[in-house]
Design a protein around this ligand. Structure first.
Ligand code: ARG
Length: 465
């Protein structure tokens, strides 16, 4: 096939180089954006009198036909037409001749690809945002059912202080809310229109960049032509957002893996979200959670690949940048695959509330509250810490919980201790006494849930965070 850029060449491209160079395999998914961009560009060219209005009309009409044909599987993409941009331009020229040849006036593939990838990512970000909203809602829904479900909170994976499952789940709500905001901010920075940057140094044609931006829904135009074609910050930023989303999903997945082990038994995954073993008949494995944890590494890999690909590129466009696509597409595909199963897995799992309660009873999770009890009776905190430390040591030696101690045993550690200590160090008192803003008390958690529901309401009406 003759290349659209073949004039300067006397030999055909080597077949292996065609295969090597070609990105149509993976960039064909941007056909909608490419056509939308070309329609805006052609319309603007006609409006500015850069090409005849009749040519502009013919281009726009045929691009719409091409879109339909691609959508109906009637268009064929050619490897040696290199990429989606030249495949579509070639189809156009084959169909309408000279008018089609005028489309690329005042445009380069360098600003064209920058435009297409921005538009593509903006469209994907809208879907990702919706999935994140769904993820947040999943955590809130489950939290609502578990404001009274006491469980041990951990630091260093050692039992620390009692919390509720609702409080734990609402921590993840916060993470995904930040992810949602990050994505909105990333989208705003991506939503800048690069067409008019040309190959690198703009163009001599009197393009109306603002009009194109407006037609395509961009909020502004890029400010520097060299930057316009060679900036991929927004791709890396999105890969960063996706990595953080996966990191959060992976942390909860890891917790579910631990919690569904026989040692914890805090949750049981639904049969539909677990798999068996080919040899061990008794096994029920949390594969979905493990795969989410595993795919996180792959999304990080995409981020590293993108950062590394960009780090040595002199201005402006270089072909290395074609490598941005497979990596960001892979990240997007994986996050879009993970989030819905992540939500379903959480929605369907069984929570073993009594195991959680039992877990909170062991490990002296109320020791801080015992110390605080003495502080409220007037002892300085450091002294109280030491008294209760001795009490815990005694309990461990005698295989008892703090609440198992008799009044006499209690008072051997401090004569400030009275009958009311039993109530003060009950798990319920430990949790509900933590009524500080952001704390796990039932009231605080309920107000956190209310705020979350308001937020979800706001964003479901299409408002940015
Ligand atoms: N397929 C190319 C890419 O994805 C399009 C831009 C090509 N420009 C060029 N001068 N070779 O980056």
């Amino acid at each position: 096939m003759a290349k659209l850029w073949g004039g300067r060449f006397r030999k055909a491209t080597d077949k292996k180089v065609d295969d090597f160079n070609s990105s149509i395999r993976f960039d064909q998914r941007m056909y909608r954006q490419d056509i939308r961009g070309s329609i805006a560009h052609a319309t603007m060219l006609g409006r500015q009198g850069i090409i005849d209005k009749s040519d502009a009309d013919a281009i726009v009409a045929e691009l719409k036909n091409i879109l339909k044909d691609i959508e109906n599987g009637k268009a064929e993409f050619l490897i040696d037409a290199e990429d989606i941009h030249m495949n579509i331009e070639k189809m156009l020229i084959d169909r309408i001749g000279d008018a089609g040849k005028r489309l690329h006036t005042g445009r380069s593939r360098n600003d064209q690809v920058a435009l297409d990838i921005r538009m593509y990512l903006i469209d994907e970000m809208a879907e990702l945002s919706a999935m994140l909203a769904e993820t947040m809602a999943t955590f809130v829904e489950l939290a609502k059912k578990h404001t009274d479900t006491i469980m041990p909170g951990y630091t260093h994976l050692q039992k620390a202080q009692p919390v509720t499952l609702a409080h734990h789940l609402m921590a993840y709500y916060e993470m995904f809310r930040r992810d949602y905001e990050r994505l909105c901010q990333c989208r705003a920075r991506t939503n800048i229109m690069p067409l008019g940057s040309g190959a690198l140094a703009g163009t001599t044609y009197p393009l109306d960049r603002g009009y194109v931006a407006q037609m395509l829904g961009f909020s502004d135009v890029t400010a520097n032509s060299l930057d316009g074609v060679s900036d991929r910050d927004f791709v890396i930023e999105l890969a960063g957002c996706l990595s953080i989303i996966m990191m959060h999903a992976s942390r909860f997945s890891e917790e579910l893996i631990l919690w569904s082990s026989g040692e914890f038994s805090f949750v049981e995954m639904d049969d539909a979200y677990s798999t068996g073993s080919s040899i061990m008949p008794q096994k029920k494995n949390p594969d979905v959670a493990e795969l989410i944890r595993g795919k996180t590494g792959r999304v990080y890999g995409d981020l590293m690949g993108l950062l590394t690909m960009m780090k040595g590129i002199p201005l402006a466009y270089n072909k290395d940048m074609q490598e941005d696509k497979e990596q960001i597409f892979d990240s997007i595909d994986n996050v879009k695959m993970c989030l819905p199963v992540f939500c379903d897995m959480i929605r369907t799992m069984k929570v073993n509330t009594s195991k959680m309660y039992e877990g909170a009873q062991g490990g002296f999770t109320n020791a801080t509250d015992a110390a605080d009890y003495l502080v409220k009776k007037g002892l300085p905190f450091r002294d109280a810490h030491s008294v209760i430390g001795n009490m815990v040591f005694y309990c461990i030696e005698n295989n008892k919980a703090i609440t198992d101690l008799t009044m006499d045993e209690m008072r051997s550690f401090s004569d400030m201790i009275e009958e009311d200590i039993y109530e003060a160090v009950s798990l319920e008192a430990c949790v509900n006494g933590r009524a500080v803003t952001g704390g796990p008390s039932k009231l605080m958690t309920q107000s956190a849930i209310e705020r979350a529901e308001e937020y979800l309401d706001k964003i479901s009406n299409g408002k940015d965070a």
